[in-house]
Ligand binder design. Structure first.
Ligand code: URA
Length: 272
């Protein structure tokens, strides 16, 4: 193998290793070695060749002016000022307090029947949702649609569906607690504007984000809780297993089915 081929296969191996570690987004035009020691500038630098230009980010990270209120306070103020869903969507799109906006492709706001009285809240868009700008359209969304159809419910007729986060976390990683806290004012405002009678919290991130506490989804699911929403009071909320989890653990579909029956019973007893 010639030197060129050797270098090529070394680069290919390094790239494969990055992929195995979960890197699936190129954020810079060229790689930056964050561990490299930077030389401190000396007063009289010795003559040396012109340094390589520093890698230029494709999309500059948002820089809030030093006097700007913290991101959470800005999120709260923007959310409160939105008086309808269109204004709320525009406010989220304009909010520059999270780097998630810089790596995502499309804002995923929510869709379905706003007057249905039932609102489903998931975790965050994945790659398919990010491409489409719509919630739950990938494999787990299709399973969710089939599950809800089995109790006679669809986003076309019976519920509105959205996520805790409106932007896809890079590589589909689980949202951090800080990201959830930052976007909760927008989600809470979305609930307040839609005014559902009840919520379904799809997965542990949505359940923990809205119910709080330390209990995981396997303990929270299977019974109704209450979620306080400004202007609406306490809404009944049913946590259930996330369809992405059910795709990995099909045996747990029994529990998800029990949750759906609980929802169906509630809707039959007190239609929205
Ligand atoms: N998982 C979620 O929680 N939400 C989506 O929109 C897609 C997958």
């Amino acid at each position: 193998m010639g030197v060129m081929e050797q270098e090529k296969s070394a680069f290919a191996a390094a790239l494969a290793l990055q992929c195995a570690w979960g890197a699936d987004e190129a954020l810079m035009e060229s790689p930056a070695d964050r561990l490299a020691v930077r030389e401190a500038p000396s007063r009289a630098p010795p003559a040396r060749p012109t340094p390589e230009p520093a890698p230029r980010p494709i999309r500059a990270a948002p820089v809030a002016p030093a006097s700007a209120p913290p991101a959470l306070a800005r999120a709260e103020a923007l959310a409160e000022a939105a008086t309808d869903l269109a204004a709320l969507k525009a406010a989220i799109a304009a909010f520059d307090g999270s780097p998630l906006r810089e790596t995502a492709t499309n804002l995923v706001f929510g869709e379905g029947i706003t007057e249905a009285g039932l609102m489903l809240i998931g975790e965050a868009p994945g790659a398919d949702e990010d491409r489409a700008g719509r919630p739950f359209v990938g494999a787990s969304g299709q399973l969710l649609d089939r599950m809800f159809a089995s109790v006679g419910l669809s986003r076309e007729s019976n519920f509105y569906i959205t996520n805790i986060l409106p932007w896809r976390p890079p590589g589909n990683r689980t949202p951090t607690d800080a990201e959830v806290a930052l976007f909760l004012p927008f989600l809470r405002r979305q609930v307040a504007l839609i005014r559902p009678k009840r919520l379904v919290l799809v997965g542990g991130v949505a359940a923990k984000g809205l119910i709080g506490g330390k209990e995981g989804i396997t303990r929270l699911r299977g019974r109704w809780h209450e979620v306080e929403i400004a202007g609406l009071g306490r809404l009944p909320a049913l946590p259930t297993l996330h369809p992405a989890y059910l795709l990995r653990s099909p045996a747990s579909k029994r529990e998800a089915w029990a949750d759906l029956l609980l929802l169906r019973r509630m809707l039959d007893q007190a239609p929205g």
